[in-house]
Ligand binder design. Structure first.
Ligand code: NAP
Length: 238
């Protein structure tokens, strides 16, 4: 499979290295030097790839998505912080009959963590004495705050706790931390803490490559959770 890459920063570098080890062919690498390319020029550069993987910055996402869709290259969108453009992004994929899979977090562990938090939220629903909170820590280069993962965790807690309860999110940026997310449920009497800590960027890279294999040859817009659902169903039935 021939892959195109957007970005060669912390994530882009790790995914490309792992892709080489896993036997993918590395094609075009689009960097910030190409930031001036318009959609037409980018589309030309992308043609002929089996999939593309994007780990750049939110302002570049709509252009990258549009070019991939128009080039007929399925895209794994790993960049975060572009929720405010979600409608335009979906429209760009759908109008060109393209394919995209996205997720704020491609780590298998975090996607299981979402499920654990969902279960916790359901258990605590209706218990007025408990308050929920989230905090997240990432490296200092991370531009968006709160992280996309923290926002997803907040949505899950709001949905499961119900009663319009708000869930405060605190963000910290320090060193080269790949990502720590803590979900707390506390009362005046006690506290329950659920923690996911990424030990490196390898888990995100492995998930992005899994998503690239999965999206190749498909059409439409998917969430990384769709891949996980399929994987877990398969494991349970085989
Ligand atoms: N979904 C997940 O599992 C997951 C996991 C980790 C991170 N992320 C997200 O992925 C994104 C990147 O993270 P990172 O840690 O790799 O950040 P990073 O180290 O800052 O790398 C971002 C890279 O994108 C490049 N870039 C910026 N604008 C560009 C453009 N228009 N075209 C092409 N390249 C461009 C930057 O180049 P310059 O340095 O030259 O500006 C830099 O190399 C962030 O949004 C982060 O939140 C997602």
């Amino acid at each position: 499979m021939r892959l195109a890459f957007f970005g060669r920063g912390g994530m882009g570098g790790v995914v490309a290295q792992r892709a080489r080890q896993e036997g993918f062919e590395i094609g075009a690498v689009v960097t910030s030097d190409d930031a001036g390319l318009d959609v037409a020029a980018l589309t030309k550069k992308l043609r002929g790839h089996d999939a593309a993987i994007d780990f750049t910055r939110a302002p570049a996402v709509l252009r990258n998505v549009t070019a991939c869709a128009q080039a007929g290259v399925p895209l794994v969108e790993g960049t975060t912080g572009w929720q405010d453009q979600e409608r335009e992004v979906r429209r760009a994929v759908e109008q060109a009959n393209g394919a995209m899979i996205y997720g704020a977090n491609f780590s298998l562990g975090v996607n299981l963590f979402y499920r654990i938090v969902r279960q916790a939220g359901t258990l605590f629903a209706g218990l007025d004495g408990y308050r929920a909170f989230i905090d997240e820590t990432h490296h200092t280069r991370k531009k968006d705050a709160p992280s996309g993962t923290a926002l997803r965790l907040r949505d899950i807690l709001r949905e499961t706790l119900g009663g319009g309860r708000d869930v405060p999110v605190a963000s910290k940026r320090e060193g080269d931390v790949p990502g720590i997310h803590r979900v707390g449920l506390e009362s005046d009497a006690d506290q329950i803490l659920l923690v996911h800590e990424a030990r490196s960027r390898e888990g995100f890279a492995a998930g992005a490559l899994l998503a690239a294999r999965w999206i190749a040859g498909r059409r439409g817009v998917y969430l990384f959770a769709d891949v996980l659902d399929e994987l877990l169903t398969l494991e349970r039935t085989t």
